[in-house]
Design a protein around this ligand. Structure first.
Ligand SMILES: Nc1ncnc2c1ncn2[C@@H]1O[C@H](COP(=O)(O)OP(=O)(O)O)[C@@H](O)[C@H]1O
Ligand SMILES: [Mg+2]
Length: 336
């Protein structure tokens, strides 16, 4: 990691949801309130122009982190720093707007995220109006430029979202995200709903745009082959905690956490995009009643007594400075 201030930092980020039953039901059943910790003490930095990827099974907290990073959801604890500024501490509305312009998000489903009643040029131009970026007369020209940038035709601007295929709709979503000239984009499973061949085209487009526009990405996926293609650095999430953070080659050449190894063993070995990983062994525990100690211990065939009792802290390992939270990695390092 470089010495400069990262563009985006998550500092001790946490998200807790109140998942209690309604008050009256609780009263009759004499039940206490229930909380679900979706994200727990998450730390990472993303240097400008780089891609940090989050990988983990469904329910591990990936989308919740994405939503907090773009400012759609207030963290229960911790901070989101943008260029060193605490996003949620900004109270001045103008500064808030200026900050929001710099950050955009692309979602998994290009069906749900585009207004079906609007023409594409209207959809793409909307952020330009919302952020008041240029005179109304110039917007059409800018929209055409954006359509071209994502590989669509000018005439596509006149059409409605339902007239496009899944891959093309995701291109529209990307054009809209680019409309505010953002520096940073959170991509939440952007290609998971697409066919394999279409998926690689969209990923390639995103890589080209990153290079040409100097974009910084937080890239979320459950698919290791997609992550490997896109990421500079990778964070592995398990039940809301980062269990391993390392640069891409370190993670794939030398996965340290037993969960990371398990994910990799479950992934198909063929080097193709979009192969859905076979299900990983064991079941994901109930996030409301997480296992004690290391929450991965019930699925870990290496777990010892300590793993059930004490939660492992994140430590750095090796010359590559991989960050891993695992008692066994610590023991291994001491023995080496
Ligand atoms: N608004 C919410 N209210 C209650 N629980 C939520 C809410 N959003 C997410 N969760 C829970 O938080 C956990 C993480 O969810 P999510 O961030 O969507 O995971 P992922 O994107 O990795 O699948 C899950 O257990 C999910 O059920
Ligand atoms: Mg998700």
């Amino acid at each position: 990691m470089t010495g400069q201030t990262p563009l985006i930092s998550a500092r001790n980020l946490g998200a807790v949801f109140d998942v209690s039953k309604p008050w009256l039901n609780r009263l009759f059943a004499m039940e206490a309130k229930q909380f679900l910790t979706a994200v727990d003490s998450v730390d990472f930095d993303i240097p400008k122009g780089k891609t940090f990827a989050l990988v983990g099974e469904s329910g591990s907290g990936k989308s919740t982190i994405g939503r907090m990073i773009v400012g759609l959801q207030k963290p229960s604890s911790g901070q989101v720093l943008i260029d060193g500024d605490d996003f949620f501490a900004i109270t001045d509305v103008k500064r808030q707007m200026a900050m929001r312009r710099r950050i955009q998000m692309i979602f998994q489903s290009p069906y749900a995220s585009l207004n079906p009643r609007w023409r594409v040029k209207h959809i793409i131009g909307e952020p330009i109006k919302a952020f008041d970026l240029m005179p109304a007369a110039d917007i059409d020209g800018r929209v055409n430029e954006l359509l071209d940038q994502v590989g669509l035709a000018m005439s596509d601007g006149e059409k409605f979202p339902h007239e496009f295929s899944g891959g093309q709709r995701q291109r529209i979503a990307i054009a809209r995200a680019l409309a505010s000239n953002p520096e940073f984009i959170v991509c939440d499973e952007p290609t998971s709903a697409l066919d394999v061949s279409v998926q690689s085209q969209v990923l390639n487009l995103m890589k080209d745009l990153q290079r040409d526009l100097g974009l910084t990405y937080l890239f979320i996926s459950h698919d290791l082959s997609v992550i490997r293609y896109m990421a500079d650095e990778i964070g592995v999430l398990y039940l809301g905690r980062l269990v391993e953070v390392a640069d891409r080659d370190t993670l794939f050449d030398n996965p340290r956490h037993p969960y990371t190894r398990m994910l990799m063993d479950a992934a198909p070995r063929v080097d193709a995009f979009g192969r859905t990983a076979d299900t990983v062994a064991g079941e994901i525990p109930d996030p409301i009643n997480k296992p004690t100690g290391c929450s991965f211990h019930p699925r870990c065939h290496l777990a010892v007594d300590l793993c059930k009792k004490e939660r492992p802290e994140v430590r750095e390992f090796g010359a590559e400075r991989a960050r891993v939270a695992c008692h066994l990695c610590e023991t291994e390092a001491e023995l080496a």
